[in-house]
Ligand binder design. Structure first.
Ligand SMILES: NC(=O)N[C@@H](CC(=O)O)C(=O)O
Length: 429
């Protein structure tokens, strides 16, 4: 089957290309890329007026399999990814049981083959059971196909364990992804510690909890010569520490979420548990620092931290509700509305941070449109105005702090391996 994407504005940061072009797809691969390609025998997708990019990649997703399918599973999570314009996602290991052995990695990859609509990459746990005591079967998991290692959802309190992990991973060229919030400081808090938490009478998770953890992780990475990736950076102190570490040549990369880039702790004033997330939504000065960090390359990638929970779990008093909310179906719209349409970021900068860069960090053969490579492509209407309606989400965990918001910009087609799996918001399969 041949598919010709006709006359779209192709933004392909890896090749330094931004211009009108056609893309010919055959048997799952991009075969030609250029002007006025012959249409003979091909199905045509008219991309005139649309933006065509390498498939978006979300390197931080909770698919909840195995064991927590009431929140999400591979089928519902990858449908949500397709709806949001993502062609590849990497899933976190804080499941039940934890993804801490090769057999679970293989099982999950097999499930993804059968049930997954988009490419699923697996991140294995750093410690057995994510208990922070003993290293998990890291080498075996990487051999089974895991692309990174993380105890996400948990702070790795034991510095020796993290150091051992970093040293061990140097021989594999894969990063440890760190959930950097010191639990002794943040543990009993439900939101950012500051004026708003004081007013609401909710215990806070202070930004210094994140700063301390990031500082320690950077020092350990430097000492071990290993690579650390800081997940969901949310504090201005963390941004500055990462900036300095990069200047010193330490192997540190970082991601930031659409919600931390756009919302503040003011959102919690509603006591809506859809605003509860780890790390928490912080004050405006932190948001400013995150935007500056993303702009100057201190923060490398945008990742959703899609963390769905069942409605009844979130439908509780603020401090008892679990942290996290759905992110895959709003990520691109939130980013385009707040970063592109405000003139702060170019489309090229956004595509880089949502596709090429996560591909580089996870060492994936993706994030570029090039003849001979897999035809994973996202087609975006940057000017489409829409209202977030969580009742129409594909994810099972439908809570989001963006519900009801008017956004501008949306993925209107998702192509994975040459197959159009989402068109105009409808996911096929
Ligand atoms: N980010 C979140 O708020 N939640 C994550 C776990 C975590 O990172 O705390 C989840 O798995 O639900």
């Amino acid at each position: 089957m041949k598919l010709l994407l006709k006359a779209g504005r192709v933004i392909n940061p890896q090749e330094d290309f931004d211009g009108i072009a056609d893309i010919l797809i055959e048997n799952g691969l991009v075969t030609e890329f250029g002007k006025d390609l012959p249409a003979a025998g091909a199905q045509i997708y008219d991309a005139d007026g649309l933006v065509v990019t390498p498939g978006l990649i979300d390197m931080h997703v909770h698919l909840r399999e195995p064991g927590q399918e009431a929140k999400e599973d591979v089928g519902s999570g990858t449908r949500a990814a397709a709806a949001g314009g993502f062609t590849t996602i990497a899933c976190m290991p804080n499941t039940r049981p934890v993804v801490d052995s090769a057999i679970i990695v293989s099982g999950l990859l097999q499930r993804a083959q059968v049930e997954g609509l988009v490419n699923v990459k697996v991140i294995g746990a750093l410690s057995k059971g994510q208990e922070g005591r003993e290293l998990a079967e890291i080498g075996d998991m990487l051999q089974a196909g895991a692309v990174a290692i993380s105890d996400d959802g948990h702070y790795v309190e034991n510095a020796k364990l993290l150091l051992n992990g970093l040293e061990y991973l140097t021989s594999f060229g894969r990063p440890i992804i760190s959930h950097a919030e010191d639990e002794s400081l943040a543990g009993d808090g439900s939101m950012h510690e500051g004026a708003v938490s004081a007013m609401l009478g909710i215990n806070g998770r202070p930004s210094v909890a994140e700063d301390i953890a990031v500082a320690r992780d950077i020092l350990l990475a430097e000492y071990a010569g290993g690579a650390v990736h800081i997940a969901h950076v949310s504090s201005k102190g963390a941004v500055e520490l990462i900036r300095q570490a990069k200047q010193r040549g330490i192997k540190v990369t970082a991601e930031v979420t659409p919600h931390h880039l756009t919302l503040t702790d003011q959102a919690v004033s509603s006591f809506d548990t859809a605003t509860k997330v780890n790390p928490p939504l912080r004050s405006a000065d932190h948001v400013e620092a995150l935007l500056a960090g993303l702009k100057d390359g201190t923060l490398d990638a945008i990742a959703s931290d899609h963390a769905p929970h069942a409605f009844e779990e979130k439908d509780r008093e603020y401090r008892f509700a679990p942290s996290g909310f759905a992110g895959l179906e709003t990520a691109l719209g939130v980013v385009l509305t707040n970063l592109y349409h405000t003139g702060k970021f170019s489309l090229n900068e956004i595509v880089e941070r949502m596709s090429s860069t996560p591909a580089r960090i996870l060492n994936l053969n993706r994030g570029v449109i090039r003849a001979g490579e897999a035809a994973d492509i996202t087609i975006i209407d940057p000017d489409l105005e829409w209202i977030v309606d969580s009742t129409r989400f594909y994810t099972r965990g439908r809570l989001t702090p963006f519900d009801g918001m008017q956004l501008k910009g949306k993925a209107i087609a998702t192509i994975v391996g040459g197959k159009v799996i989402m068109q105009n918001g409808e996911v096929h399969k």
